[in-house]
Design a binder for this molecule. Structure first.
Ligand code: UVW
Length: 320
């Protein structure tokens, strides 16, 4: 990317709307404030059959997990197992119980995850205007912890943009807008309602498991939503609390108009407080929705309570 010719995000978003201060000077959960008790009940009312789906990808798979280039794969290691007793090194508990223990090293963005609202910023300010220096050594403001303490429950709606375009998976760098989402939702015969948790399927993460890994990561460019002032206004007006996608960054990797990266992270997450959930596995849910015609459901997620974390793994649950 030619940095010199790319305008700064501060310039690109100069007139963009912000929800800073809307929920008070100490807010750290942003648009999740829209998920009131009434919104939880609206989610419950979407339950029809009792079918359940979990949206996390498998973690620390021996053949690799999809992670953003430059981030390390999650690494799980046994630190205690039967082998320790076979070579006389296992502890001898009264009653002779034996056990297995393991530990994991991972990027907190290295699986299906919630981003903290302070995960991405520009111009030295995070969500709600917090100083970017509050990220040093751990997020003391807008970390993932308040999101995790709160949990996320509401009505979810899935828009299958790949299926709408007649593809198994969108192409690298393929973009779509909120107008495309509305068209796809129309074709699915579902309405995106105000305060819905918005799930978008591109087929991208599912394709990781079918593709040659070198080919998947070559000149890495994801498909995704693309920035426009109208799209940001739409998210604001619709009071979307949470955007969930089956890509690693929830937006096209490089904004085609400006050449900037992470423009929507800034416009939606930093400015509006929309929580982002990435690397979701949406293929089985989408297949079922296409089968029974029900694209809305109860969505519930509880990321891990990681103190000062910039993100946290999560296994969201959908109940149809
Ligand atoms: C990046 O930091 C690239 O984005 P995220 O972890 O939110 O996908």
């Amino acid at each position: 990317m030619e940095q010199k010719t790319v305008p700064q995000i501060a310039e690109l978003l100069r007139d963009a709307p912000k929800n800073w201060g809307k929920w008070g000077p100490d807010d750290e959960v942003g648009s999740l404030n829209y998920l009131t008790h009434a919104e939880v009940l609206r989610g419950v009312q979407a339950v029809r059959s009792g079918k359940t789906f979990t949206l996390q990808i498998q973690m620390a798979h021996p053949e690799g997990d999809p992670v953003w280039p430059g981030r390390m794969q999650a690494c799980r290691m046994n630190v205690m197992d039967k082998g320790h007793w076979m070579c006389g090194k296992g502890p001898l508990f009264p009653g002779l119980a034996q056990y297995a223990d393991d530990m994991m090293i991972m990027y907190l963005q290295g699986s299906t995850q919630y981003d903290a609202l302070g995960h991405v910023w520009h111009d030295d300010q995070l969500w709600n205007g917090y100083d970017a220096q509050s990220t040093i050594g751990g997020l003391s403001k807008a970390s993932v912890l308040p999101i995790a303490e709160r949990g996320i429950v509401g009505r979810g709606v899935l828009v299958d943009i790949a299926r709408h375009r007649g593809k198994a998976v969108l192409d690298p760098g393929e973009t779509f807008t909120h107008r495309d989402l509305l068209d796809a939702a129309d074709a699915q015969d579902v309405k995106i309602e105000k305060r819905d948790i918005l799930l978008i399927r591109t087929g991208w993460i599912g394709s990781f498991y079918q593709r040659d890994k070198a080919e998947f990561y070559k000149d890495y460019v994801e498909p995704g939503l693309t920035y426009s002032p109208e799209l940001v206004e739409w998210f604001k007006d619709m009071e979307i609390p949470n955007l969930v996608t089956d890509t690693m960054a929830n937006e096209v990797t490089i904004d085609p108009a400006s050449g900037a990266a992470l423009l929507l992270h800034n416009a939606l997450m930093r400015n509006l407080g929309v929580t982002l959930t990435e690397i979701a596995q949406l293929d089985p849910l989408a297949a079922d929705c296409a089968d029974d015609g029900q694209w809305s459901f109860l969505y519930a997620a509880a990321p891990l309570k990681i103190v000062n974390g910039s993100g946290a793994p999560v296994n969201p649950v959908v109940i149809k």
